[in-house]
Design a protein around this ligand. Structure first.
Ligand code: 8DG
Ligand code: MN
Ligand code: MN
Length: 373
């Protein structure tokens, strides 16, 4: 596929995914720092700078080699003044004073800590900070704070779920959920999505799509899977959201970041014995109680939306953002987790695979492992 020159600047990320077949992640130092600045902007509700830092981090990630001099970033798209200033500091002094200022900021530290709890968003974190709270202990000790069910689970399993999930653990969970789903419906289809589908070694959770080969047959399946997991004694927490997909509202419906598929946000109990290949591993005897808690997202789209759901839930968030922006600005199309709509032709473009969607967008197929923007 050919790419119009105009896209190259604005949509550096998609462009680089398509052409830079060998992405080497050597710029981690720089991109981690930029992600922190993005997070800080997010806490300050500065949407523009937040997106700017995220986009800059994404561009640096896509470079085929590490940045060793300022010249290497000259002419790169999406790098703003603030980003360039930070890069300059790092290249000259080996550290960035602007970043260190953010890192040592009391408010930033507190909000980062609070939002690391499952169920706590920036708004709640801000509220707690304003009340003078600074640590998780202080929050738990404060009698006037009402935690919701999700936050209570977040605190209860904080140690476990803030620990990275390994590929082996993701694989073990896949087997458990697949076996459960097949026990209920032998032809059900379970697919790994999220970071692990992109080939990541570690994740903060494990994401799956669950569907049936026949449209409509997926109804009720997810609830039965949840019930079965509960019966097996491995369901530690479940937040279930029913489907709110209303296709009759299309195409007037606005395209959104969140989708309307039936889904559940879970915390599951994973037994150590269920993991393959950890037999020879040394364990900290103090830590070992034989199991850990893991965050799992399970989404159940109807099969006719499956390709869009798979593309949307595979991520990364930045890749999805860039792809949607590309569709909108360069193709006059709206893309979300449910559908692709051509605004000029005023019609929906059907797809049964991710390949179909990239083809509709006039893009070469981008493999999941190339979507780590
Ligand atoms: P990790 O932090 O889990 O290792 O990375 P990830 O797997 O890429 O992140 P994620 O937070 O699990 O999200 C995976 C993808 O799912 C991401 O591209 C965003 C997408 N996603 C939706 N809807 C929703 C939603 O309602 N909540 C969340 N958390 N993610 C969603 O499309
Ligand atoms: Mn994930
Ligand atoms: Mn997730």
């Amino acid at each position: 596929g050919h790419f119009p020159a105009i896209c190259v600047c604005v949509f550096a990320r998609v462009y680089m995914c398509v052409f830079n077949r060998e992405i080497i992640l050597e710029n981690n130092l720089n991109t981690d720092v930029l992600e922190e600045l993005a997070e800080n902007s997010e806490f300050n509700e500065s949407k523009g700078p937040c997106l700017a830092f995220r986009r800059a981090a994404s561009v640096l990630k896509s470079l085929p080699s590490a940045v060793h001099c300022l010249g290497a970033i000259q002419g790169l798209p999406c790098l703003g003044e603030h980003t360039k200033a930070v890069m300059e500091e790092i290249l000259i002094f080996g550290r960035s004073f602007k970043v260190e200022e953010v890192q040592s900021d009391e408010r930033y530290q507190a909000l980062k800590l609070f939002t690391s709890v499952f169920g706590v968003g920036p708004k709640t974190a801000e509220k707690w900070y304003r009340r003078g709270l600074r640590s998780l202990k202080e929050i738990l000790a404060e009698p006037n704070i009402q935690l919701n069910r999700m936050q209570r689970a977040g605190f209860l399993y904080y140690r476990d779920i803030s620990k990275a999930v390994s590929k082996a653990e993701a694989k073990a969970l896949r087997s458990i959920i697949e076996e459960t789903a097949h026990w209920i419906a032998p032809d059900s289809i379970l697919a790994l999505t999220g970071g692990f589908r992109r080939g990541k070694e570690y994740g903060h959770d494990v994401d799956f799509l669950l569907t049936m080969p026949e449209m409509g047959k997926e109804k009720g399946l997810l609830v039965r899977v949840i019930d079965r997991l509960r019966d097996q004694g491995i369901l530690l927490y479940c937040e279930h959201q029913g489907s709110t997909v209303d296709m009759s509202k299309l195409p007037s419906r606005r395209f959104e970041a969140m989708d309307h598929f039936e889904k559940c946000f879970l915390i599951l109990r994973l037994e150590e014995g269920q993991m393959e290949g950890d037999g020879g591993l040394q364990k900290d005897p103090g830590e070992s109680r034989g199991w850990r808690a893991v965050r799992v997202d399970l989404v159940a789209p109807p099969v006719d939306h499956y390709a869009f759901a798979l593309l949307g839930w595979t991520g990364s968030r930045q890749f999805e953002r860039d792809l949607r922006r590309f569709a909108r600005k360069e193709r006059g199309m709206s893309l979300d987790n449910h559908a692709l709509y051509d605004k000029t032709k005023k019609l929906f473009l059907p797809a049964t695979s991710e390949e179909d969607i990239f083809a509709h967008l006039g893009l070469e197929y981008v493999e999941p492992w190339q979507r780590n923007a």
